[in-house]
Design a binder for this molecule. Structure first.
Ligand code: ADP
Ligand code: MG
Length: 221
């Protein structure tokens, strides 16, 4: 599902360098990404989602070499194929919860907003315990509720790849278990692949494999 070769990345500003000689994630694998704050976990997810582009090397996702794609094509690819739960949620303040969840369907013709999709959106929200918050604006939500709305939005199109950036970070233990169950159920039912950044070591046994960012530390930087 994901192949990375000879990846080199740096931001225009700052010292940070990310070098990944090789990394592969198989179709259907559930992989946890761990590592200290600032080690580049979010940067890696942004590269895999095509939000950033590598300086060198290649990134192939679902057999598409997205590192070669131009901006518009990478964006389309991301919206249709990847469910991204952002660390800072990236909900739109001027939309209520249900409109945030449906938003990807309104910005691309590649996703068709049908009654069925609308129904599933409500079902997902109910499953995550925010079914009674659909008309609220994101400024009126707790961190945990924002996070759950962001997860609904990411799962709704049944993406083949789910990238989750500390998706359980703001949740109490009960909600954490529930959300993880829902994430894993969705991954299984849509035969998706999951790459999830987590700091929660007690969750690691639920994954097939752990990628530790300490292995990619670039002390030369
Ligand atoms: P993590 O998710 O593992 O905490 P990040 O990928 O967010 O780490 O960040 C890795 C490093 O890149 C950090 O040192 C961070 O300060 C730096 N960084 C992140 N975003 C930018 C940016 N837009 N411009 C410059 N440096 C950045
Ligand atoms: Mg991060």
């Amino acid at each position: 599902m994901i192949q990375i070769e000879s990846l080199e990345f740096n931001y225009p500003q700052g010292e940070f360098r990310l070098s990944i000689p090789r990394m592969t994630v198989e179709h259907g694998e559930k992989v946890a990404v761990i590592g200290p704050s600032g080690s580049g976990k979010t940067t890696l997810l942004n590269l895999i989602a095509g939000i950033s582009r590598p300086r060198q090397g290649s990134i192939t996702v679902a057999n598409q070499r997205i590192s070669d794609y131009r901006d518009a094509r990478r964006r389309n690819f991301r919206i249709t194929e990847i469910g991204f739960v952002f660390q800072d949620f990236e909900l739109l303040d001027y939309l209520n919860v249900i409109d945030n969840i449906l938003h990807p369907y309104r910005i691309t013709r590649a996703l068709k907003l049908t009654r069925r999709v609308q129904h599933r959106a409500v079902e997902l929200a109910e499953g995550l315990g925010i079914g009674n918050k659909l008309k609220r604006y994101s400024s009126e939500l707790s961190q945990g509720e924002k996070q759950r709305a962001a997860i609904c939005r990411a799962l709704l199109p049944r993406p083949r790849l789910i990238l989750a950036d500390e998706a359980t970070g703001n949740l109490d233990p009960r909600n954490k278990g529930r959300i993880l169950d829902l994430l894993f159920d969705n991954v299984a039912s849509s035969e998706a692949t999951l790459l999830a950044v987590t700091h929660d070591h007690e969750l690691l046994p639920r994954f097939d494999r752990v990628v530790d960012f300490l292995d990619y530390r670039n002390d030369a930087a």
